[in-house]
Design a protein around this ligand. Structure first.
Ligand code: MG
Length: 335
């Protein structure tokens, strides 16, 4: 078994703004694991907020490589070999091992997991922070998507959301990215509900869990946790503060932990969404293979980049469509 990694510079179609900052490019890392003539692919999209970058992810993959003795133990191998705090590297190795395992069995990953590919959800398309005029333009360009997720966190939030609602009848979700405080939150929820918004993602900072719990008691809209949840062990204490969780492979460390999170969330009566960072079709497709198990998907990361180097899961009439090739089923473009 040979483990290697290659830098991936992903240029974005539009500058992407959220409450914490803006970016034009993503510095991701592709992981390749060769075994018995097969090539398994994985991708790390390191999260700066959690002290990861491409260099630390590459180092972590190098450290994990000699600990990965048996690729057949794909369910736990990446978690057993992981470097503390380097979740995106763990996720990349984990998805490459799952890719290899399903290729070995000659079936798509969803089939190896026993999932029905016709049960994939629609995916939302994310509209980053901008002036109302630019947001309206982006909304017009996103008419092919079944649901829009609008980022909040500017002083213009209400004007932006009202302009979006005047432009489209598409269902809307909003992501506050921890940007609210208790003050003003109730009135904000009231006008968001009036605009027909479906739910709010991470209204307040992760360390304000009791405030979130208090706000939810009278909230007309459900809350989904994103920054508040990384892995399955985080979920029990979130019950009652959030209605659902947003699972991202880059936060939790891969498909094995994501499956555990889905089970724990269900045990607490919570909804599940699958989300992403800005990622190529390698990592997006890995997450998409789990999507028949969830209520909502926000797997638009590969659509936000200018030239996706891979083909994998696609979006048809807003719904995720899984490739039926063995493994993850991703192939390099132009080959
Ligand atoms: Mg979010």
């Amino acid at each position: 078994m040979k483990v290697s990694h290659v830098p991936m510079d992903l240029r974005l179609k539009h500058t992407f703004r959220i409450a914490r900052g803006a970016s034009d490019e993503r510095r991701n890392l592709r992981v390749e694991i060769e075994d018995a003539g097969r090539l398994g692919l994985g991708e790390a999209a390191p999260i700066l907020r959690y002290g990861e970058d491409r260099e630390s992810a590459a180092k972590a993959v190098d450290a994990m490589a000699p600990r990965l003795r048996d690729p057949r133990r794909f369910a736990t191998a990446a978690a057993d070999a992981a470097v503390a705090g380097q979740h995106s590297a763990q996720a990349a190795v984990d998805m490459a091992l799952h890719d290899l395992a399903a290729q070995r069995m000659g079936v798509p990953l969803y089939e190896m997991l026993g999932l029905d590919p016709s049960r994939t959800p629609v995916t939302s398309f994310t509209i980053g922070l901008d002036t109302p005029e630019v947001v309206v333009q982006k909304v017009k360009e996103a008419s092919a998507y079944a649901v829009l997720k609008v980022k909040m966190g500017s002083d213009d939030d209400r004007a932006v959301l009202e302009a979006v609602r005047d432009t489209t009848d598409q269902p809307l979700r909003v992501d506050a990215n921890e940007g609210w405080t208790l003050e003003g939150a109730e009135s904000r929820l009231a006008w968001l509900a009036k605009l027909g918004v479906e739910f709010v993602e991470q209204p307040m900072p992760a360390d304000r869990l009791e405030d979130i719990r208090a706000l939810r008691k009278h909230s007309p809209l459900p809350f989904y946790a994103d920054e508040s949840v990384h892995n399955a062990a985080d979920i029990p204490r979130l019950a009652g503060a959030f209605d659902g969780i947003n699972i991202k492979l880059m936060k939790c460390g891969g498909l094995g932990e994501a499956l555990r999170m889905i089970a724990v969330a269900r045990a607490h009566g919570m909804k599940v969404m699958l989300g992403c960072m800005i990622e190529s079709s390698i990592a997006i497709t890995a997450a998409a293979h789990l999507s028949p198990l969830v209520d909502a998907a926000d797997l638009d990361g590969s659509v936000l980049i200018a030239e996706d180097p891979y083909d994998g899961a696609t979006i048809v009439d807003g719904k995720l469509v899984l490739p039926d090739r063995p493994g993850l089923g991703v192939v390099a473009r132009g080959r």
